[in-house]
Design a protein around this ligand. Structure first.
Ligand SMILES: C[S@@+](CC[C@H](N)C(=O)[O-])C[C@H]1O[C@@H](n2cnc3c(N)ncnc32)[C@H](O)[C@@H]1O
Length: 398
């Protein structure tokens, strides 16, 4: 099946995600056992290594679960995007200096995909303005970059001046300050990896001010937004799906291969937290998972019992004498195995959730009178947040 037009595609995806929500709209930590009877034995048979291998190979993950979840075949089709391939600019050392490997390639691909050489650019939530400088070098006649952090604005402004690029920084909080005057009609609005509400404000402002062209790659859909998802398009407002922050975060859960030691500490942290949860449940007769605040990782070099005393203090819980900490540590390890396997099933749906969120944005822009294209701008290995939305306002006599 070919890629269908956005509103039909949204409708199909929306139904499919609704019908399969029992697999992804779950909080793994809350479950003591695998919550899907038909998957239980298959999941528990997997070794920890097999879980990690499947988790890092999307094709294998889909093949594995499509035997049990027939909807996955259609999900793959609905989640696919064409990749926009442009030619990376050869960059002089003075320009690329200070931008690390994968980030540089990501920026080069983004610049190539956007390929702006004529219009002035508004760079949204610019950081140090690396992207803005590359766009300027690529041929954009002027770049105006907006950024919250004064220090990044100063560094970006200095680099641009030193490199003789026509780029100007504006230090502003886009969630609080009046920034509408930056949305000049003929400027090309560009937002790379602006989180949640930051890119929503960008889109609202662009529409309200009649900006002709925008290109954005959204990320962290939940950040700075209310706990329940606020749909942008009429279609998503009518959806029966109610996405929470937890659901939105699923869209971001690509496996990032952490260095060995970091992964080991993380593993211990999760099983200790679950072990403490088992202890707390028993002492309080509480049936729900209660999170314990994040903490300096040094605590995980100590003993499980020390961690439990610390966690109990955070929860104002007095631990009685004679606790069999070894037993709870073991329960924690077992519960981590359950959690990992539940997460593995949820991960099958992560890209589909992201595509649903992105289509909401596409439909919003279409309804506001834009022609919109959806693609990826780089390989996933450079960044899993590789979706590019490009919108061009239809001319009056369209
Ligand atoms: C993930 S970084 C993206 C930076 C750059 N666009 C890139 O892709 O390399 C997000 C940037 O948004 C900025 N930011 C966060 N909140 C902001 C706000 N309320 N107003 C303006 N900028 C903000 C951050 O300081 C940070 O530099």
């Amino acid at each position: 099946m070919a890629i269908v037009e956005p509103s039909k595609r949204f409708q199909l995806l929306d139904k499919l995600l609704f019908d399969t929500r029992q697999y992804w709209q779950v909080v793994a930590f809350e479950h003591l056992t695998i919550p899907w009877p038909q998957l239980q034995s298959e999941l528990l048979r997997l070794s920890d290594d097999a879980v990690s291998t499947l988790d890092s190979d999307t094709d294998a993950l889909f093949t594995f679960f499509s035997r049990y979840i027939p909807e996955l075949e259609q999900l793959t089709v609905l989640s696919a995007l064409p990749q926009k391939v442009g030619r990376r600019d050869e960059l002089p050392f003075w320009l690329s200096n200070g931008i690390k490997g994968r980030k540089l390639e990501q920026l080069q691909d983004f610049v190539a995909a956007v390929n702006e050489t004529k219009a002035s650019v508004l760079e949204w939530c610019a950081g140090k303005g690396h992207l803005g400088r590359l766009l300027s070098y690529h041929g954009a006649p002027e770049v105006n970059s907006i950024e919250l952090q004064a220090d990044l604005c100063r560094q970006g402004e200095e680099s641009a001046k030193r490199q003789n690029l026509n780029l100007h920084f504006h230090c502003a909080d886009v969630l609080k300050d009046d920034i509408h005057h930056h949305f000049v009609e003929n400027r090309h609005g560009i937002a790379l990896h602006a989180c949640g509400e930051l890119h929503r404000v960008f889109m609202h402002q662009a529409v309200a001010n009649g900006m002709k062209k925008l290109s954005l790659s959204p990320c962290c859909y939940h950040l700075f937004t209310p706990p329940d998802y606020q749909a942008m398009s009429v279609e998503a407002q009518q959806s029966q799906l109610n996405l929470s922050h937890h659901d939105m975060k699923l869209a971001l859960q690509e496996t990032v291969t952490a260095p060995g030691r970091v992964a080991q500490v993380r593993k211990k942290e999760v099983s200790w937290r679950l072990g403490f949860d088992a202890l707390r449940r028993e002492l309080t007769a509480d049936k729900y998972y209660v999170s314990v605040p994040s903490v300096n990782k040094a605590i995980f070099s100590g003993s499980f019992s020390e961690f439990c005393y610390w966690a109990a203090e955070q929860k104002q819980l007095a631990l009685p004498d004679g606790i069999d900490f070894d037993q709870y540590e073991r329960i924690g390890r077992e519960r981590k195995q359950v959690t990992d396997r539940i997460e593995l099933v949820r991960h099958v749906f992560r890209r589909a959730i992201e595509i649903w969120l992105v289509l909401d944005r596409v439909l919003y822009l279409q309804a506001a009178g834009y022609d919109v294209t959806l693609s990826t701008f780089c390989e996933k290995s450079l960044t899993p947040r590789n979706i590019l939305i490009q919108a061009e306002r239809q001319s009056e006599n369209h």
